[in-house]
Design a protein around this ligand. Structure first.
Ligand code: MN
Length: 300
């Protein structure tokens, strides 16, 4: 049985919080398109209200892991910790694969040992002409979807967390999704940045398409503070001093000095320990990361 052969198990991990019918539709879409290889489905129910148990009743084959407000990064990690597959696929609870070969094509891209994370093209559900091919991260940390930069597999700065595919062994070596992040925000930017800096290439497989529901509002509460803190954690883990100071300046206005210092203090010891740990295996700097894509960026 060869490396990543089609008989190897794939673990599909879906974090979910108050997703309602979308979670069931996501499971149905995966089941109807994933016929040709063994897979397991793991739902991490991160403290949903009343409908959280619906999956267990209608899909007894789905393994359910209970979280209690872990936030998206730690919820995905909780699913990964239970996963038995050689490949991990992280899906939002509102995505729908459309092609029967979707999983095989994504796994194929991971056969290249230089590839860390990969993703399909993300299609706007209900608006199929709108497609995103991975994301770009600007110096001001604004994140925007890419156009199709190439016919075949191509490198991108950020792999969308809603459809992230990775070899289990690489995921564990990287240290998983950032356990210092809570709630929502910056989780996918951070993992991609970390993977690039650790020497992996992140790629999009453009001919594989997954529909994603882009929501105008969250089904749960997201404050300004939580994503801001996640973004500060990313900066503290990976940025040079100058870039981190720029980041502090941006959040200072909205958060206020006192609150920002309080938030930073609450995570500082763990962040510094993790920064030190990452530095021992780091291959590239944040400057290299931003510079590389500045040069290779193409019009969408
Ligand atoms: Mn999503």
């Amino acid at each position: 049985m060869g490396f990543l052969s089609s008989s190897r198990l794939v673990s599909i991990i879906i974090p979910s919080k108050d997703e309602g019918g979308n979670l069931l539709k996501t499971i149905a879409a995966i089941k109807s398109t994933t016929a040709h290889r063994p897979y397991e489905l793991i739902v991490v129910d991160d403290g949903s209200g009343a409908d959280g148990a619906a999956v267990v009743k209608t899909h007894p084959d789905v393994r359910v892991v209970r979280g209690d407000g872990l936030g998206v990064a730690k919820a995905r990690n909780a699913g990964a910790a239970r996963a038995r597959g050689e490949i991990l696929v992280f899906c939002d609870a509102h995505v729908f694969p459309v092609q029967t070969e979707w999983l095989g094509a994504l796994v194929q891209a991971l056969r290249d040992p230089s590839v860390g994370l990969c993703a399909p093209c993300v299609v706007v559900h209900g608006n199929p002409d709108h497609k995103g091919y991975g994301l770009s991260l600007a110096e001001d940390l604004s994140c925007s979807w890419n156009g199709r930069h190439a016919e075949n597999v191509f490198e991108v700065q950020v792999i969308p967390g809603g459809a992230t595919c990775v070899r289990t062994e690489v995921f564990r070596r990287l240290g998983g999704w950032c356990g210092l992040m809570n709630g929502w925000g910056s989780d996918d930017q951070e993992l991609s940045l970390r993977a690039w800096m650790q020497g992996y290439r992140q790629v999009v497989v453009p001919h594989v398409e997954i529909e994603h529901i882009f929501r105008s509002r969250f089904p749960y509460t997201v404050t300004y503070e939580q994503p801001a803190l996640n973004s500060l954690v990313m900066g503290a883990l990976h940025f040079s001093e100058k870039r981190f100071i720029d980041l502090l300046q941006r959040h200072r206005t909205a958060l206020g000095d006192e609150r920002m210092n309080e938030l930073l203090k609450s995570v500082a010891p763990e962040v510094m320990a993790e920064r030190k740990r990452l530095a021992t295996t780091r291959k590239y700097s944040d400057d290299w990361f931003f510079e590389k894509f500045k040069r290779s960026s193409l019009p969408p």
